[in-house]
Design a protein around this ligand. Structure first.
Ligand SMILES: Cc1cc2nc3c(=O)[nH]c(=O)nc-3n(C[C@H](O)[C@H](O)[C@H](O)COP(=O)(O)O)c2cc1C
Length: 194
């Protein structure tokens, strides 16, 4: 069964915002090189403080099993199980210093998050679904990819087309079927005249 999830929006937002959700079941279908580059292009054009563009990505495709396994091993075990179905895995990395001054860029992770947001919305437009993960071994990634001291692996992203949820164990199938819940606008606005 391919699950189609939707969210009951109160205001009519962009289709890609309505359509995006984070699945754990992916189809055994590759993502084309062009589509991977299109997603990265969307990330590239994100705004950032001082236009530092502190986002970096490591991209592994399932066809290249050695590189794919290397990235998969940087995920926490709970994520590895289902993420191993995704045709593409990425690590999202923040460069935590400014290139000009070499001073600390305290906003680097914020900018990285924005870039990932653009990437996953572009993915949605291409009918590609994404599942972001904080459950990674950042130290392992640092060592495996020989990252410089001021680079930090912050999240991973599994990307692919929706797959049959029956490929998942029962507990994860239940999670997939669970209702999507959000705070109300009143709960996320601290002060407003609306
Ligand atoms: C930064 C970030 C980290 C996340 N980490 C994990 C993770 O390690 N494992 C996991 O299964 N889901 C993870 N998620 C997925 C969230 O649980 C999911 O986005 C949230 O429940 C909302 O569901 P939706 O994306 O389907 O709207 C993460 C999402 C984000 C944005």
């Amino acid at each position: 069964m391919i699950l189609k999830k939707s969210n009951p929006v109160d205001y009519d937002v962009l289709d890609i915002v309505k359509k995006r959700w984070s699945p754990r079941a992916f189809a055994q279908k590759d993502i084309s090189k062009d589509d991977i580059l299109t997603m990265l292009e969307a990330a590239r054009w994100t705004a950032s403080a001082f236009n530092e563009q502190p986002w970096r990505f490591i991209v592994a495709v399932k066809d290249d099993s050695q590189k794919y396994t290397k990235l998969l091993n940087c995920l926490r075990e709970g994520n590895q199980g289902w993420a191993a179905n995704a045709p593409v895995l990425m690590l999202a990395i923040a460069k935590k210093t400014f290139s000009n001054t070499h001073g600390e860029n305290k906003i680097a992770r914020y900018d990285l998050g924005q870039a990932v947001s653009a990437l996953v919305l572009q993915a949605t437009e291409l009918n590609i679904y994404s599942h972001q993960m904080a459950g990674i071994y950042a130290d392992k990634a640092k060592e495996a990819y020989n990252l410089a001291d001021d680079y930090e692996a912050v999240t991973a992203i599994a990307l692919g087309y929706l797959g049959d949820i029956e490929q998942l164990p029962d507990d994860l199938q239940a999670k997939e079927k669970s209702e999507r819940i959000r705070k109300s606008i009143a709960e996320i606005t601290i002060e407003t005249d609306l």
